[in-house]
Design a protein around this ligand. Structure first.
Ligand SMILES: O=C(O)c1ccccc1NCC(=O)[C@H](O)[C@H](O)COP(=O)(O)O
Length: 231
């Protein structure tokens, strides 16, 4: 089964759409410049709504320990998504302090970036027991306000047949029309979407969330996730 993550949820009704449609993971964004950013009270409420139905993912960008501490206390996340320039050492420090698995985002635009993802996966595997994840995303355009969530794809051919030491998700510009092809081509452990299920930046669309999850599940049923990675 391919794991499906809907990222950047910020309201109870759109979160309900993701949960009712069968999302495996739901992402809360804690980056002030993002139109999807949630404050701690909203995040606590949404996390309570999601708990037990989907894994809760807290997304930060080069956050300091104080902010992560507040986020962890409010949401008790299952996974910390690190979407900035966190080094392997910083990732290790976050894991040691907060005792949660992480998913580290890696921007992909070249074979060298894929090699960097491979190295990072091996390093994370050596540090822990294989609980961590890698997220392969598009690199943001120069001068972009956001390091992710820009709705831009990367060349999936760079990662066809990729085998990392850790399970990885593919993201970047996915939508209900493109997710099946990405699953068939790359057979990732999971797929992640934000912009592609929105009607405007930061405004999730319940119908598009449902369509995305249906399309991804249909691709799995067609054998698109033939690698059968662990959930
Ligand atoms: O979504 C944001 O606003 C955001 C802000 C800062 C860092 C990352 C952010 N989003 C990451 C994601 O939503 C996904 O993990 C991924 O980048 C896919 O985004 P999209 O291309 O919009 O589907």
């Amino acid at each position: 089964m391919t794991i499906i993550k809907i990222c950047g949820l910020s309201t109870p009704d759109t979160l309900a759409a993701a949960l009712d449609s069968g999302a495996d993971m739901v992402g809360l964004v804690f980056f002030p410049k993002s139109p999807r950013c949630v404050d701690l009270d909203t995040a606590r409420f949404l996390a309570d709504q999601a708990r037990g139905r989907a894994a809760i993912v807290a997304l930060t960008v080069d956050a300091d320990d104080a902010l992560i501490e507040d986020i962890v206390a409010a949401t008790r996340p299952d996974l910390l998504q690190l979407h900035g320039h966190e080094t392997a050492a910083r990732v290790a420090a976050i894991k040691a302090r907060f005792r949660r698995p992480v998913m580290k985002a890696v921007g992909i635009a070249s074979a060298a970036d894929v090699a960097a993802a491979r190295d990072l996966a091996a390093t994370l595997l050596a540090q822990a027991d294989g609980e961590d994840r890698i997220l392969l995303d598009a690199k943001p355009p120069k001068d972009a306000a956001l390091p992710g969530g820009n709705g831009l794809p990367f060349d999936r051919n760079l990662v066809v047949g990729l085998d990392l030491a850790l399970p990885f998700m593919v993201s970047g510009g996915l939508d209900p029309a493109s997710v099946a092809e990405a699953i068939r081509l790359v057979t990732p452990w999971g797929v992640d979407v934000s912009s592609g299920v929105e009607r405007a930046p930061g405004v999730k669309d319940p119908a598009r969330i449902e369509a995305f999850i249906k399309a991804a599940r249909a691709a799995c049923d067609d054998g698109g996730d033939a690698r059968g990675k662990v959930a």
